[in-house]
Design a protein around this ligand. Structure first.
Ligand code: SAM
Length: 285
């Protein structure tokens, strides 16, 4: 049986009385090529733990289970659990957890599995793509990589560099934690039902060493938030949003770092944000 075929999805809907939920972002993948691209680019070995976010009826789970030591899939929709038990019934290395991934401690799951780290995969529900990615990164999840499908517009924002319209806090934050690779651009027609927008698969490889040295990570994120929080303002104004600094102190910082105060945050590189953060972390006010 081709699990990914639209006729299979229709059959499952009928057999189990299953109704697709728009609010849970249930647009299932129907293209074996794309499924293979996600699985192949994840480089799964028989020693790997794979954690899947939102397995749906199990199209990615099915392929990952054939290569991994273990697959743990976290699915919020309880109506999909009996379906997954059937579609993945032939595997004894698959565990399904019926939970909201945003309320799931992935590090605990990894620790209990006996594996050192996980490879995370998923075709993410669009409505919570950013919180899922940032949640994984900010909680220092023991993951080797995150290979995920998302709305193309979000992928563009993640990949963007300084000067680009789509460059923002998400770009700097994700690029600080990960090396970003594009795996595929995916047209909306390969989903059932088709969403309104195109998608992209990115592989986020978690950096073992960060690209910049920071005295205080929290200050770095405060600077990014302040900079992009007021996109239209010049740097000397927007960086006031760091809090607890005067305009004179911001100007002195920018002068010492050789950064023109009239520039806007969207032109600052990750390294320049790091330099600003380190300046204020040292208390050079
Ligand atoms: N992986 C399947 C595929 O590619 O066909 C399904 C992908 S579908 C875009 C997103 C899946 O995530 C759905 O099965 C949905 O129920 C599930 N989901 C939505 N919100 C979730 C959450 N907060 N935690 C876990 N799963 C969630």
């Amino acid at each position: 049986m081709k699990l990914y075929a639209p006729s299979t999805i229709r059959g499952i809907k009928e057999q189990y009385g299953f109704k697709l939920s728009k609010s849970l972002g249930q647009n299932f993948l129907t293209d074996k090529n794309i499924i293979d691209k996600i699985i192949d680019s994840t480089d799964i070995t028989d020693e790997d733990l794979v954690i899947e976010i939102g397995p749906g009826i199990g199209v990615l789970t099915y392929e990952a289970a054939q290569q991994a030591k273990k697959v743990i899939a976290v699915e919020i929709d309880k109506n999909l659990i009996p379906i997954l038990k059937d579609t993945l019934g032939e595997f004894d290395n698959v565990e399904i957890i019926n939970q909201d991934v945003l309320k799931t401690d992935l590090n605990q799951i990894i620790a209990e599995s006996g594996c050192r780290e996980a490879k995370i995969i998923g075709n993410l529900p669009y409505y919570i793509t950013t919180p899922i990615i940032m949640g994984i990164l900010e909680s220092n999840t023991h993951a080797d990589s995150i290979t995920i499908m998302m709305q193309k517009e979000v992928a563009d924002r993640i990949k963007a560099g300084p000067g680009s319209k789509t460059y923002g806090a998400l770009s700097v934050a994700v690029q600080y934690y990960c090396e970003v690779e594009t795996v595929a651009i995916v047209p909306k027609e390969v989903f059932f039902p088709a969403p309104k927008v195109d998608s992209a698969v990115l592989k986020l490889v978690i950096r073992k060493e960060k690209p910049v040295e920071l005295i205080d990570e929290k200050m770095f994120f405060r600077c990014i938030k302040a900079g992009f929080g007021q996109r239209r303002k010049t740097l000397s104004n927007s960086l006031m949003g760091i809090g607890d600094v005067t305009k004179e102190q911001v100007k002195a910082c920018l002068e010492e770092l050789g950064i023109d105060e009239k520039r806007r945050a969207e032109t600052l590189s990750l390294e320049e944000f790091a330099n600003v953060a380190n300046y204020f972390s040292k208390g050079e006010k």
